[in-house]
Write a protein that binds this ligand. Structure first.
Ligand code: PLP
Length: 371
């Protein structure tokens, strides 16, 4: 039996009546750009996450890019981040005019290794940008302390972590709400995904929120009057309506992901060639991806592909080795943990709606390969 890596039709079948209703409402209102649908969704997010402001944007990439612009980062500035993430994290730093400075990752969680950040700080460092990779919040305690001590801004890439939580300074906090800004993506495959591109920034900073609202409409708080040059990057009203309809289901879907992960954890525990993801006790991991580390990963991948078992490699080439960043001067071997992870990781189907038979099929295929 083939098992898709992700099947969004299961989710759609569950909610399609609501989805068609909200889409029809937007179409009937003929308010496609910002307006009530976007305002309602932004309001719902501020309540769900417990923040002052939510600003809907066209993508998670723009959420990062415009956050950095709103923080006045630019040429000469350095932003410390992880080389083991989706390209947008570092691409946004570059496009804001600043320089991404990478540090290696922590091998268990695959997060930016906070203990190594201090080594790369220079007088030009302005911000630290951790990524809540695969749905698990990075450990923000050491990064907060470091940012305070050095006068740096903490920007969270929470693109993969809507609804995730973690203990920060002894209190449970939602991913994206700890730093000066938190950036989210609503790419359709995300735990809260739209029906197209979408993104959002959250912040408690009134000035930053106003600046972001301006930057998303070409830098003008009033139409046709421009305080600065911004971009066109608004969360689409149809996407906002879809996302608002989906939001009440998110916690349940995340729980299903967690249950699937717990099942795989138990089932794969006996396979010595596979290391299951490390979920830390002080985080609520929402498993945007269930990512194992596997011996003979490429062979395993080919075996699963041949059997129609969905799988994916996130990410096959760390960012410090991407051709476009060769000018930054990093060479192979510079970040051994990130490079090793790229060679070993494999994400398995984890989506809500995955059946027991499908999980069995995935686990059985792994066992068959290593037998
Ligand atoms: C970690 C991370 N950062 C940023 C992004 C960019 O988001 P988007 O695809 O919405 O531009 C993504 C997702 O695609 C992501 O996974």
């Amino acid at each position: 039996m083939a098992v898709p890596f992700l099947d969004l039709r299961v989710q759609f079948a569950e909610i399609q009546d609501e989805i068609w209703t909200v889409i029809r409402d937007v179409v009937e209102s003929q308010q496609f750009i910002l307006g009530p649908a976007v305002e309602r969704f932004e309001g719902a997010i501020t309540e769900t996450l417990g923040v002052r402001h939510a600003i809907g944007l066209a993508s998670g990439t723009d959420a990062l890019f415009l956050s950095l612009r709103a923080l006045d980062l630019g040429p000469g500035d350095e932003v410390v981040t992880t080389p083991f993430t989706f390209f947008a994290t570092a691409g946004a730093i570059h496009n804001a005019g600043a320089r991404p400075v990478f540090v290696d990752i922590e091998p268990d969680t695959l997060h930016l290794d906070a203990a190594r950040v201090e080594d790369v700080l220079t007088p030009r460092t302005r911000a630290v940008l951790p990524v809540h990779l695969f749905g698990q919040m990075a450990d923000l305690d050491p990064l907060l302390e470091l940012c305070e001590r050095h006068g740096l801004v903490l920007v969270e890439d929470a693109a993969q972590a809507m609804g995730s939580r973690g203990l920060v300074r002894g209190a449970w906090r939602m991913a994206g709400t700890v730093g000066r800004v938190g950036c989210f993506s609503f790419f359709p495959t995300k735990n809260l995904g739209g029906y197209g591109d979408g993104g959002l920034v959250v912040t408690d900073d009134d000035g930053l929120a106003a600046r972001l609202r301006r930057l998303r409409v070409h830098g003008g708080a009033r139409t046709y009057f421009h305080e600065e040059v911004g971009v066109n990057s608004r969360l689409d009203a149809l996407q906002a309506a879809v996302l608002l309809a989906k939001l009440p289901y998110l916690a349940g879907w995340n729980e299903e992901r967690r249950a699937n992960a717990a099942w795989y954890d138990r089932r794969l525990a006996g396979l010595a060639q596979v290391k299951t993801p490390v979920a830390q006790p002080d985080r609520l991991h929402t498993y945007h991806q269930y990512t194992i580390r596997a011996q003979r990963r490429d062979e395993l991948k080919r075996f699963l592909d041949a059997r129609g078992i969905g799988n994916a490699v996130y990410y096959p080439l760390p960012l410090h080795l991407q051709p476009c960043f060769q000018g930054l001067g990093y060479r192979p071997g510079r970040f051994p943990e990130a490079e090793r992870a790229s060679a070993e990781v494999l994400s398995l189907p984890i989506y809500p709606g995955l059946t027991q038979a499908q999980r069995e099929e995935v686990a059985g295929a792994l066992e068959a390969f290593y037998r």
